[in-house]
Write a new protein. Structure first.
Length: 422
């Protein structure tokens, strides 16, 4: 989906434009933060406007399973069964992953030969997803092929077996899960083009949803462009870092061999991906200009147009950000603080065990002005002193009236800071 945003990060002094009520909370959007206009094309949705309605509800789109189930029900996207990938990785000679048009029914979830609705109902029990959903971010291993000898697939199956044994994990591969209309030798049908367009409008959901994991296959061979220099993999990683919890964003390129004998915890420690703070859209545009695209300028422009709405929508809809285990200091915290002005729905922000000092605390305090329903702010085990604590106390009292807990143990707050906080 491509939408236009009008963003102006001023204070809330000018009042409120729109009010959203959900559960026990009332969210007041700052007057200067204009939400995206709905530009969905209802004609693309065989289910009427149901997908449009779900996408406009951040909770149903990013947190609950409603949108994903509806997207699978529409056949625009299928997930790939881990059991089928295991069989494919063991075949000799190795047969590469087929595109969606050539994907066998036995590989698909839901299986169109069976009762798709029953499978979808079994996927969700009392709001809990019963199967693991893993989104794959990858680039070509060589110049001419994504994975010519099955090395990446073998590693993927190995990791899945270590974490989940023989459980049938469901995988999202963009090329296999979505109809391809550019890279196939046969011309796509009109139905396939419509399904491709429908899936493309919401491809970010697989990398930002609260219930998906993201595994990055970052290995390349020879002198090929590294993963971090590729355009689309960079976008997938960047949007994944918005919501994907620390244990579920993995860089499998750190594995030496698929035969490595690792237990679950050692594997997680080895492959847990490092993160950078979210980039404000204008800054991201400059970074993406440095990336490599197989489709050149067209690919760059498409990512720029995608990142702005995807990033802004995800941050506006975010209700909880837990960024643990990252060795961020003041510089990274100041960068994060800039995008917090978008997080008008944020209720919890956790930044423990970092190296945040007074400069970082001051920047957080100044940019939490739009987080008017923030309830918990966790900054334990940092380097915040009196100056940072005093600034936090002043700004939080003015702007975050719903705050229930400010967590500052194991910092350097003295008598003056404690007095301001009390």
């Amino acid at each position: 989906m491509k939408e236009e945003f009008a963003l102006c990060m001023n204070t809330m002094a000018s009042g409120v434009r729109k009010t959203y009520t959900g559960g026990q909370s009332t969210l007041q959007w700052p007057a200067q933060l204009i939400l995206p206009k709905n530009k969905h094309n209802p004609e693309l949705y065989s289910q009427g406007s149901r997908l449009c309605e779900l996408k406009d509800d951040p909770k149903k789109y990013y947190v609950e399973m409603d949108f994903i189930l509806e997207l699978l029900r529409s056949r625009a996207v299928v997930l790939i069964r881990g059991q089928w990938l295991r069989k494919l990785s063991a075949q000799r000679p190795f047969l590469p992953l087929p595109c969606r048009q050539r994907l066998p029914f036995e590989a698909m979830f839901p299986d169109p030969r069976q009762d798709p609705e029953r499978e979808l109902e079994e996927l969700l029990t009392k709001g809990t997803c019963r199967k693991k959903i893993v989104s794959i971010s990858r680039c070509s291993l060589t110049a001419n092929h994504l994975d010519p000898d099955g090395l990446l697939l073998k590693e993927l199956v190995c990791v899945s077996d270590i974490f989940y044994g023989r459980e049938d994990v469901l995988f999202f591969f963009a090329g296999c899960s979505i109809h391809q209309i550019y890279h196939d030798s046969t011309s796509p049908t009109q139905e396939q083009e419509n399904l491709f367009q429908k899936a493309s409008q919401s491809v970010d959901i697989w990398y930002t949803h609260h219930k998906t994991q993201v595994w990055m296959l970052t290995k390349v061979l020879g002198n090929e462009q590294p993963y971090k220099e590729r355009g689309w993999p960079s976008w997938e990683r960047t949007v994944s870092e918005i919501f994907t919890q620390e244990p579920h964003l993995l860089n499998l390129g750190r594995l030496l061999l698929p035969e490595q004998k690792l237990d679950c915890q050692t594997l997680r420690d080895l492959c847990t991906a490092s993160r950078e703070p979210q980039q404000f859209p204008e800054k991201y545009d400059k970074l993406i200009d440095q990336k490599h695209f197989t489709r050149g300028v067209q690919g760059k422009q498409l990512i720029k147009e995608s990142y702005r709405p995807d990033c802004c929508e995800a941050l506006v809809g975010a209700w909880k950000l837990r960024l643990e285990g990252l060795r961020w200091g003041d510089e990274q915290t100041q960068q994060l603080a800039l995008v917090l002005t978008l997080c008008a729905h944020l209720q919890e922000l956790w930044l423990p065990r970092k190296q945040i000092g007074d400069a970082g605390a001051r920047s957080l305090a100044a940019h939490l002005q739009n987080c008017t329903i923030l309830e918990q702010l966790g900054l334990d085990s940092n380097r915040i002193g009196d100056d940072g604590a005093i600034t936090l106390a002043k700004h939080l009292e003015q702007n975050c009236r719903s705050l229930q807990g400010l967590h500052l143990p194991a910092n350097h707050v003295g008598h003056d800071g404690m007095h301001a906080l009390n």
